[in-house]
Design a protein around this ligand. Structure first.
Ligand SMILES: NC(=O)C1=CN([C@@H]2O[C@H](COP(=O)(O)OP(=O)(O)OC[C@H]3O[C@@H](n4cnc5c(N)ncnc54)[C@H](OP(=O)(O)O)[C@@H]3O)[C@@H](O)[C@H]2O)C=CC1
Ligand SMILES: CC(=O)C(=O)O
Ligand SMILES: [Mg+2]
Length: 548
């Protein structure tokens, strides 16, 4: 069975060394270095039992990271066969705790740290990555806004690792093709600066001008070192998220998961939710009115993507924009309020000129939304009064508390069901269990970008896309919305079951490849003449599968 063993050998210099034999090595460890009876399929059962014997999720996280390191075939086999149990442990919510505590639970290096002091020689840092030719996808964070947890500095590394594990599990990207990166540009979080165990440079974050120069060099060297690499920007604070997406999207294959991935996944869930709500109210789809609590990279990214829901249903761009309202920490966003950050201007209301409106219930009574979306990081912001007000106005209120991790969710599923008397159409950023109410099982959706980025990545890699266009993101979203089975629709799910992620990723990848071709950004000429069926088959065959 593939297991990871350190075995001694004598090098050409005559010196005895140790080499690693793992699942990717054709060699078998010498007899005696592994137990006499160790079958892969039994070891998976053993590993799962060891995992389940642990009480705390953070211990399960540590166990799984060590299993991945020791035997990635067993790790991914367990992931793929137990997606709804394992995803919350390697991703949100547990990855949030892993990040917060990373400097304390750290075991061994995984990924690349690039520090501000490496400026001028970033290329040499990147070239030390041992699997340069195989690199295809990198998740890059600067740790400045990890989930809704704020500035975690280099403690953000587990988010890059976690997202890449989902690329492998969800879309069959080869483990050796993934490159987790955390940029070490300082932290403004005092408790980390004071923590003797903190793993990053002990300095406050560098200024915007310094960071800009650093990012120019970093992206140039990334492209030079890993010419076939797709870069996913992750959890940069909002101002930098927009800036670096705009700066690099036409120069390198890159996308921002929080702006574009989240936009795609929420559009998809909203399409399915709107169908349910509109049918119940017997009203046209174009009647929806969407209120966002939170106007950061995620809130405005989702709002922009939701414009296509209305334009695809026949409204003009202007009419689509008028269906959307944003609320930030100062309340409703409207022109007469005064100076606004650049990313908030597009959705700022021109039709409201009254006094500042800060109370969410008051804003809901004014806007009369069919849908509220939370991307605010404010735990419990969708109070009982908020949900009851939504339920009084709508036969099937759509309530999506999308902030991560679970403890920052704007409301919990069971409350939303109770407060709307079972009528809510619900999706949250982190998972909630299903809930029994008045004799019926209610199912929460998980509106998390994990449903789309694996397929977007796979499609971009296979088509060798030179850039990731807005249309590629939109088509990924529509493919996800269409992927529900009739059984899933009959249960009023708004997202497919996560257990089908590989199938869904293949469907998304097919659409992304086709759109890359239509947009003229594909470089894989061989795929151009193939039928959809052939591309789908090719996509599935390209997926790496764990071997036991
Ligand atoms: N489900 C998913 O797939 C995803 C979820 N997210 C989640 O979205 C959340 C936000 O991320 P991001 O946009 O990058 O973060 P930001 O910090 O940039 O945005 C937070 C927004 O919420 C607003 N806000 C803060 N406090 C309040 C308040 N009391 N009342 C109203 N609004 C408030 C902020 O206002 P102001 O602008 O005035 O500061 C800001 O507009 C995070 O929890 C993240 O985990 C992100 C990506 C994907
Ligand atoms: C899911 C995700 O990307 C976030 O919460 O930032
Ligand atoms: Mg994110």
């Amino acid at each position: 069975m593939p297991t990871r063993v350190l075995t001694p050998y004598v090098g050409s210099d005559g010196v005895q060394k140790l080499k690693v034999i793992d699942g990717t090595s054709p060699e078998q460890p010498p007899r005696g270095l592994v137990p006499p009876v160790l079958s892969g399929s039994v070891h998976v059962v053993r590993s799962l039992a060891q995992l389940r014997s642990k009480d705390k999720d953070i211990e399960k996280y540590i166990f799984l990271q060590q299993l991945k390191d020791a035997d990635h075939n067993a790790f991914y086999h367990i992931c793929l066969n137990n997606m709804s149990e394992i995803t919350p442990l390697i991703y949100t919510p547990t990855v949030g705790d892993a990040c917060v505590n990373y400097s304390h639970i750290y075991r061994r290096p995984e990924g690349i740290f690039v520090s501000y002091s490496d400026k001028g020689k970033i290329g040499s840092i990147l070239r030390s990555w041992p699997l340069r030719d195989e690199a295809r996808i990198s998740v890059v964070t600067d740790g400045s806004r990890i989930l809704g947890l704020g500035d975690l500095g280099v403690n953000g590394m587990p988010i890059s690792i976690g997202k890449l594990s989902l690329y492998v599990a969800g879309a069959g990207i080869r483990p050796r093709s993934t490159v987790p990166i955390c940029l070490d540009l300082g932290t403004n979080t005092q408790r980390y600066l004071d923590d003797p165990l903190y793993l990053g440079s002990r300095m406050r974050r560098v200024g915007d001008a310094e960071m800009r120069e650093f990012m120019e060099e970093f992206m140039y060297e990334m492209h030079k070192t890993f010419p076939k690499l797709l870069v996913q920007f992750e959890d940069f604070s909002t101002d930098h998220a927009f800036e670096y997406l705009d700066t690099f999207r036409n120069r390198y294959p890159v996308f921002n998961d929080d702006i574009q991935g989240t936009g795609a996944v929420v559009l998809s869930g909203f399409i399915n939710a709107a169908r349910i709500a509109s049918a119940a109210a017997n009203k046209p789809l174009t009647d929806h009115r969407i209120l966002f609590l939170g106007a950061g990279s995620a809130g405005t990214g989702v709002a922009s993507q939701l414009m296509s829901f209305f334009t695809l249903n026949g409204l003009s761009a202007q009419e689509a924009r008028e269906r959307i309202w944003l609320v930030d920490s100062q309340g409703l966003i409207f022109d007469a309020r005064g100076k606004l950050a650049e990313h908030k201007k597009f959705f700022s209301r021109k039709d409201y000129t009254g006094p500042a409106m800060t109370d969410l219930v008051e804003i809901i009574k004014y806007v009369k939304p069919t849908t509220i979306m939370g991307l605010s990081t404010i735990s419990g912001a969708f109070t009982e009064e908020v949900c009851r007000t939504m339920a009084a106005m709508n036969e099937r209120p759509i309530i999506f508390p999308l902030s991560n991790p679970v403890r920052l969710s704007e409301c919990i599923f069971s409350d939303a069901v109770e407060w709307t008397d079972g009528r809510v159409v619900f999706a949250s950023g982190s998972p909630f269990p299903e809930y029994q109410y008045k004799g019926k099982t209610h199912y929460p959706g998980q509106g998390n970008n994990m449903y789309v980025f694996p397929g977007i990545g796979l499609g971009s890699i296979l088509s060798r896309a030179s850039s990731v266009t807005d249309k590629m993101i939109e088509t990924a979203s529509l493919a996800l919305a269409d992927s529900l089975t009739s059984e899933e629709r009959s249960l009023e799910l708004v997202y497919p079951r996560i257990e089908r992620i590989r199938d869904i990723s293949a469907q998304i990848a097919l659409k992304v490849i086709r759109m890359a071709q239509r947009e003229g950004v594909d470089r894989s000429v061989a795929l151009r003449d193939k039928s959809d069926a052939d591309i789908l088959e090719f996509t599935k065959k390209s997926m790496w599968t764990p071997q036991l």
